[in-house]
Write a protein that binds this ligand. Structure first.
Ligand code: CA
Length: 238
């Protein structure tokens, strides 16, 4: 057995969910450790230095976002937040504070494993994109050096802003990016009209790229309503 396993810290006070996650991760080659509250979670983060944290937002001794703040003071360890469907605002706040992704309860094995894989991969890619790199996703191709975009080999003419948004999402493929995070990266500042501006640009991008399959409503980028946008990863496209 390899001892070079990714170490995952689960911080969740619900014992059933905690052992469900731990069992799945261990069965799939991860090392999993668990904490049942904030204080224990912070302590285990400091002593075990995990590669990924799966964090429940509703903890008995503090709000989960407090753990995000604590971790982000010293580390870029990937954080995937667990949230209830009703916690829309908490979810966005957690992402804005530096969480990498979220999973809405209840969730299944495949979804959990997919989110974990993406979070760990995005961590590895944080070093940035090497010169000459091309991004491909099904029929979509982006040439970062030339700032050109192709679909099925044909160039798609995007505006400067549209290109910046598309490139940014592709650099974080598979990961949900909140409106605020995209806006900051593209325009630098956010004002009352920013989200509308982003939505207008996004509608235009999706129209220009077209659907992946003719006459079908399938896109490269999905809108997580009220949260942000996510570029699908290759494995999600059949
Ligand atoms: Ca809880």
């Amino acid at each position: 057995m390899s001892n070079n396993k990714y170490k995952v810290l689960i911080i969740e006070d619900d014992a059933n969910i905690c052992s469900f996650i731990k069992t799945i991760l261990e069965a799939n080659g991860y090392q999993a450790i668990a904490a049942g509250n904030c204080a224990q979670g912070k302590m285990m983060f400091t002593s075990y230095v995990p590669d990924l944290i799966i964090l429940d937002l509703g903890l008995p001794d503090c709000d989960g976002t407090e753990v995000i703040r604590f971790v982000r003071e010293s580390s870029s360890t990937a954080i995937v937040v667990l949230s209830a469907r009703s916690d829309e605002y908490d979810k966005v706040q957690a992402l804005d504070m530096g969480a990498n992704d979220y999973i809405t309860k209840p969730f299944g094995t495949e979804e959990l494993l997919a989110r974990v894989r993406v979070a760990l991969r995005n961590r590895r890619q944080e070093s940035g994109i090497a010169p000459g790199t091309r991004f491909t996703l099904a029929d979509l191709e982006i040439n970062y050096d030339k700032r050109q975009v192709f679909v099925k080999g044909e160039e798609v003419k995007l505006t400067q802003t549209e290109y910046n948004i598309l490139a940014y999402l592709s650099e974080h493929v598979g990961k949900i990016m909140t409106y605020a995070v995209i806006i900051r990266s593209v325009w630098g500042v956010m004002d009352s009209g920013s989200i509308k501006k982003l939505q207008v640009n996004m509608a235009s991008i999706r129209k220009k790229l077209g659907s992946r399959i003719d006459n079908d409503n399938t896109h490269y980028i999905i809108n997580e309503l009220g949260v942000g946008y996510r570029m699908l990863e290759e494995s999600e496209i059949e």
